[in-house]
Design a protein around this ligand. Structure first.
Ligand SMILES: Cc1cc2nc3c(=O)[nH]c(=O)nc-3n(C[C@H](O)[C@H](O)[C@H](O)COP(=O)(O)OP(=O)(O)OC[C@H]3O[C@@H](n4cnc5c(N)ncnc54)[C@H](O)[C@@H]3O)c2cc1C
Length: 309
């Protein structure tokens, strides 16, 4: 396996492609798994090195959300991102940012385009989300319209510049699909927070592509122990609320009493939390149901769950 220095040298300034014309590249990194361990041992003392190896210590820190040792490592990236995606990205306030200025320079002549098979339909269950895709025949027309629209918007922008309009004003009608570039520096703790939110299935598909690239192609090789702990306890971990635990306990008692191994939707509704019973739609109940299905305790509903009232 290459050393950490070799990994950094292989990755530095390498443009990892994302979407049709975006990228992420590592500019610099400070620290590795050892920096986290070293910082934690200031708190826990040398004695712990005898009882817990580095892997266990990192996993303990991640499990118990002892977060400050993860702040001791930092990553600086250079990214090229469509502006709509960047608008979501920039909400993560705990990073340092320098972005390409379209007041100072001419806007980057590239806009993200959606291929004919990439147009997603509005989710019926999540107002913020999408599910499924439009047929390609429709998608082809939408992609053609998009290309024509982006070309026209660019032409309008360039005509304004030619006529002497200031760059800061000429840009106002450029589409949100226009790419921007930025340096983004963040410590490992806040980067993991960003990845947990933006690799999640609730995040928009486009930003998920960036987060997944950063996670799998940069954080994983540079911080292998931290990455594994992050995957195990956060990315693929499952949070069980007090209410979820109550449902599981009642469900397991019911199944044991009747000698069954898997619960049905009727079982689930019978043991749901009392605060959900009168609600026709309840996201918390839906999320609890999804956890039980993922754990194999509850059989997957065939269709939409039936309303309870
Ligand atoms: C799926 C999804 C949907 C979203 N939908 C919307 C939406 O509809 N509308 C919308 O406006 N935003 C939306 N957001 C953005 C979201 O609310 C957060 O602004 C964004 O995810 C950044 O998260 P953060 O504040 O935890 O991260 P950071 O800004 O990086 O902060 C990290 C942590 O530092 C602490 N922190 C940072 N700054 C402060 C502060 N000033 N005061 C106190 N604590 C602070 C907090 O603990 C915070 O969690 C959405 C995000 C996701 C992932």
């Amino acid at each position: 396996m290459p050393s950490n220095d070799e990994q950094v040298n292989q990755l530095r300034w390498k443009k990892l492609p994302v979407l049709d014309d975006g990228f992420v590249c590592l500019v610099d990194v400070m620290g590795d798994d050892q920096s986290v361990v070293q910082a934690a041992r200031v708190s826990y003392g040398e004695g712990t090195s005898r009882v817990s190896d580095d892997r266990n210590l990192i996993r303990y820190l991640m499990r118990h959300r002892h977060t400050t040792p993860f702040e001791m490592a930092e990553i600086k990236l250079y990214v090229r991102v469509p502006m709509d995606c960047w608008r979501q990205w920039i909400r993560h306030r705990t990073a340092n940012v320098n972005e390409y200025s379209t007041r100072y320079s001419i806007a980057i002549d590239a806009a993200q385009r959606t291929p004919p098979d990439g147009w997603r339909t509005q989710s019926t269950t999540n107002r913020q989300g999408s599910e499924g895709h439009l047929p390609v025949e429709i998608g082809r027309r939408l992609s053609d319209e998009e290309a024509a629209f982006q070309e026209e918007a660019r032409a309008v922008y360039e005509r304004r510049l030619e006529q002497g309009v200031a760059r800061e004003q000429a840009r106002k009608d450029l589409p949100l699909s226009t790419y921007t570039e930025a340096y983004w520096k963040v410590d490992l703790h806040n980067l993991l927070h960003f990845l947990a939110l933006r690799m999640d299935s609730h995040a928009q598909w486009e930003i998920r592509q960036y987060a997944t690239t950063i996670g799998q192609q940069i954080v994983q090789p540079l911080f292998p122990l931290v990455w594994q702990a992050f995957v195990d306890y956060r990315l693929e971990g499952m949070f069980l609320s007090r209410l979820d635990q109550g449902v599981i306990a009642r469900l397991m008692r019911r199944l044991a009493a009747e000698g069954r191994s898997q619960a049905t939707e009727d079982d689930f509704l019978a043991v749901q939390d009392e605060s959900w019973v009168d609600l026709r739609r309840c996201r918390e109940r839906d999320e609890c149901r999804a956890k039980l299905v993922a754990l194999g305790i509850l059989s997957a509903p065939k269709d939409e769950p039936p309303p309870t009232t």
